[in-house]
Design a protein around this ligand. Structure first.
Ligand code: ADP
Length: 482
């Protein structure tokens, strides 16, 4: 990894404006090669306590600033992130593996949350409520919830952090983040830039360590923290939600998905193939909104598969730092093994392999872009999150059948469908039990829109003006005897 500014690489937690060291370190590796790219000091319990105490103090002062003052600080941070976009992207590709152009895109995406919430913070309004009797006036004000903690995964090492930190800071909260132990360097680089942007000490803290459970215990159970936000697996999310109950912490969760992508007979097939490719193969299929079950109506089944095969065959697999790479490594050997076992299981149960289906010659961390067809809804591959570059195609006959299959899952994050029929577009949009629906579109995330799931995919929304709701308390004030 070649950087213009190597001081963006930090080697320990950032707490109260200080860089911490400790007696234990852990290595960060390049998932494409397994080579060590850095070592980072593990946070200690005492340092986490300091972070919480400092965040509590800093938040009190920050909340007293005007929205405009908070916005200027955040805009400075935003501009430094964009000025260092190339280096930040390079760090991300080195520790996470995604193609460099996707990392460049993620940095802009991550920064967009800071810009948007800085602006939107100026529009946090209260209400005047018509009074029940004339000697009273009723009103609401919105106030920052207080200290916020968060835990994020490795698949979007920067975007998942700013999606939470930006509304928290813009609303007047302070923030403590534990990034994934697999991608701490991107988080620490964001902290370095927050420091350079003079974001006051104690407001943005990054705690890094291998012992996710102990750090998580503190971040979910310390009473000084008033809100906890998590992005990760449903299994861990459930556990952390239970932990938050001991102090009734406001909790938001962005968890796993099992996204259907339905292609109807009447769809524009070029649009549908493009949508399926974008949704499925971005980040080598390691996103929670990835099309996990591509359902294709019988009338166009063969044609769609032919066209998809052509596009998948063009994907170039390789190290994310090589310019024309489309598919990087998976995050670990364990991830490769899991994806391979899902594919093998489907084939053993009667699905047909059209393309791929093997660990690639590039090395043990790379899985070939794969296409399997004639998948049945009861196969493991249709029930579990694949989290790899595998398109799995299920045939269907009627709209009713597609909707019922699509909804037959405990998850409800993103769903997609392709149709040129306006009536069907409304019907299916309303019938899909998902927090987000893409109609003739395979990629739907943007800062202006509310991202989030229903059912076991989570609760709360990130982005859009709704993104503030989780970081604000509504206070009702009754003025009586007027
Ligand atoms: P993923 O499959 O994306 O790794 P996880 O839910 O395992 O999903 O991890 C997401 C985040 O949750 C990471 O930062 C990880 O360190 C953290 N994590 C994992 N297990 C725990 C735990 N028991 N307590 C707190 N955090 C955890």
């Amino acid at each position: 990894m070649k950087l213009k500014d190597s001081s963006l690489l930090r080697a320990g937690s950032y707490i109260n404006g200080n860089w911490c060291t400790s007696s234990k370190e852990f290595d960060v590796t390049d998932p494409a090669t397994g080579n060590i790219i850095g070592s980072v000091a593990e946070v200690t319990l005492e340092q986490i306590e300091n972070a919480i105490t400092g965040a509590k103090l800093a938040q009190k002062e920050w909340a007293l600033k005007t929205a405009k003052e908070r916005a200027s600080a955040l805009m400075y941070w935003y501009s430094l992130i964009m000025a260092n976009q190339a280096d930040l992207a390079s760090i991300m590709t080195a520790e996470q593996g995604k193609p460099l152009r996707e990392s460049v895109g993620e940095i802009a995406y991550a920064a967009s949350y800071i810009e948007w919430f800085a602006e939107q913070g100026k529009r946090i309004y209260g209400d005047l409520i018509p009074q029940p009797s004339n000697d009273r006036r009723l009103l609401t004000i919105q106030q920052p919830i207080g200290v916020v903690s968060a835990i994020t995964p490795w698949n979007y090492p920067s975007g998942m952090i700013t999606r939470k930190a930006a509304p928290a800071l813009a609303a007047g909260c302070s923030f403590i983040i534990k990034p994934s132990e697999l991608t701490p360097l991107s988080a620490l680089a964001l902290a370095e830039l927050a420091d350079r942007a003079n974001i006051p000490s104690g407001l943005f803290n990054v705690v890094v360590g291998l012992d996710a459970e102990s750090i998580g215990n503190e971040l979910t159970q310390n009473p000084a923290i008033r809100k906890f936000s998590f992005t990760g697996s449903t299994k861990i999310g459930k556990k952390l939600l239970a932990q938050c109950s001991s102090t009734i912490k406001r909790t938001s969760l962005e968890l796993g998905g099992n996204a259907p992508l339905i292609v109807f007979d009447d769809a524009d097939l070029d649009v549908a193939v493009r949508g399926a490719m974008g949704s499925k193969f971005r980040n080598a299929g390691q996103t929670c909104v990835c099309a996990n079950r591509i359902m294709v109506q019988r009338g166009i089944y063969d044609t769609f598969i032919e066209r998809l095969t052509v596009q998948i065959s063009k994907l170039k697999i390789g190290h994310g730092h090589i310019e024309d790479t489309d598919i990087g490594p998976l995050i670990s050997c364990a991830a490769v093994t899991k994806v391979d076992s899902l594919v093998k299981d489907a084939i053993a149960a009667g699905a047909q392999l059209v393309l791929g289906g093997k660990i690639d010659k590039q090395g043990k961390y790379f899985y070939q872009p794969t296409l399997i067809i004639d998948v049945k809804p009861n196969m493991r591959i249709a029930k579990e999150e694949i989290f790899g570059p595998v398109a799995s195609i299920i045939p269907f006959d009627t709209e009713e059948q597609a909707i019922s299959m699509a909804n037959d899952t405990p998850y409800g994050l993103a769903g997609y469908f392709f149709s040129a029929d306006i009536g069907r577009s409304w019907r299916v949009s309303e019938a899909l039990e998902y927090g987000m629906v893409g109609v003739n579109e395979g990629i739907l995330t943007s800062v202006q829109a509310p991202f989030g799931g229903i059912k076991e995919s989570g609760m709360g929304r990130e982005g859009s003006h709704y993104g503030f709701d989780d970081y604000l308390e509504k206070k009702y004030i009754c003025m009586g005897n007027l």
